[in-house]
Ligand binder design. Structure first.
Ligand SMILES: Nc1nc2c(ncn2[C@@H]2O[C@H](COP(=O)(O)OP(=O)(O)O)[C@@H](O)[C@H]2O)c(=O)[nH]1
Ligand SMILES: [Mg+2]
Length: 349
């Protein structure tokens, strides 16, 4: 899972990247071209519980990988999706769009969450529209008629009206047929408002909420710079400073909760003497694909999955008792894995 942090230059992306990952990448405009890469571990009490019981050599939490995509130089323009930026964004599984609500002295425009949200979302839609138009040009040149032309015309019309592709209901087959484009406005996305310290504990405006809802985007807001500083402190100090800001949990915890919901992520679990581990998958993933998260051999040689829901395991305490109580199920390759499933894959290579 790779999440791209995107947004206009100077919107506070790298500062948030630091707050979320605990790293210390350079902020401000250094003319830096390379993207920052980092991971956040997803705290999971279920993994802790399993590790208590199995006493494995290793306990491994799920991770979300972050790419702080290097934005264009602010002096060239305050916005702009150059080719490299778009290419980086297309490689992300999901996007977190950072919008600026704090005053940045390096920029001429005053902060405006709604304006930035609408403008940058429009840029992403535009970049997709250019791709669709170029496909349509080719279809027209080749004199083709029929379903393909109609389909791409539908996409174009939707975007010309200013709508992201994510709000267009498409069939599974249609989605698969355009997956190669890696459309930006179709990616799972949430909007992270980086706000001034005194706004951290306040509700966001209704106009902003409406603009997000129209685009099927979740909004999260946090005081990026303060959170980045707080993330460097010890646990007790953190709690005191967070209370001052008017928030109850650190940025990372709030972010993970929102990201799992908006990006439709769940975790399944594996246990053993070597390792107890959580694996992140998209909701709706079938057992065979989930097995591929662990190893491609397990996906290829998939025979079946032995599944115990975590709640049952927690209540009964051992695998043997779960088996006796009929809580261990055998599932086939098309089984849709559920959040908290403890899965043991049977496979042959
Ligand atoms: N006041 C304030 N300044 C911030 C905040 N977040 C970032 N900044 C400052 O804004 C500038 C740009 O931030 P940066 O994270 O580098 O933005 P990026 O270009 O999107 O990566 C830096 O000087 C930061 O110190 C914030 O929450 N509040
Ligand atoms: Mg940056």
């Amino acid at each position: 899972m790779k999440v791209g942090l995107v947004g206009f230059a100077g919107s506070g992306k790298t500062t948030l990247f630091n707050a979320l990952t605990g790293l210390k990448a350079d902020t401000g405009f250094g003319g830096k071209e390379a993207a920052n890469l980092g991971m956040i571990k997803v705290p999971d009490a279920r993994v802790d519980f399993l590790a208590e019981i199995f006493k494995p050599k290793k306990k491994t939490l799920a991770e979300i990988g972050f790419v702080d995509v290097a934005g264009p130089d602010a002096k060239k323009s305050e916005k702009g999706l150059d080719a490299k930026l778009v290419a980086d964004m297309r490689l992300s599984d999901a996007l977190v769009h950072v919008v600026r609500g704090f005053d940045n002295p390096a920029l001429t425009r005053p902060p405006d969450l709604l304006r930035d949200l609408e403008e940058f979302e429009a840029e992403m839609v535009f970049s997709d529209l250019v791709q669709v138009e170029s496909r349509l040009d080719r279809i027209r040149k080749e004199g083709k008629k029929g379903a393909e032309k109609t389909f791409f015309e539908t996409l174009a019309a939707h975007m010309e009206a200013g709508n992201p592709l994510r709000t267009l209901a498409l069939s599974e087959a249609d989605l698969a047929s355009v997956s190669g484009f890696a459309f930006l406005s179709q990616k799972p996305c949430m909007v992270l408002c980086s706000v001034a310290d005194d706004a951290a504990g306040r509700e966001l405006g209704d106009d902003l909420k409406a603009a997000a809802k129209k685009r099927q985007l979740t909004l999260v807001h946090m005081a990026g710079r303060a959170e980045a500083e707080i993330s460097e402190l010890g646990p007790e100090e953190q709690a005191a400073f967070l209370a001052d800001l008017g928030v109850t949990a650190p940025a990372r915890a709030r972010f993970i909760a929102a990201a799992y919901a908006q990006l439709e992520l769940i975790s399944f679990l594996t246990t053993g003497e070597d390792e107890c581990r959580a694996w992140t998958i998209k909701r709706g993933t079938v057992a065979r694909r989930a097995a591929g998260k662990i190893h491609s051999d397990i996906e290829r040689g998939f025979i079946r999955a032995e599944v115990i829901p975590f709640a049952d395991f927690k209540a009964l305490g051992t695998e043997a008792k779960c088996r006796e109580a009929g809580k261990l199920r055998l599932e086939g390759k098309e089984y849709v894995v559920q959040d908290g499933d403890i899965v043991h894959f049977r496979f042959n290579v």
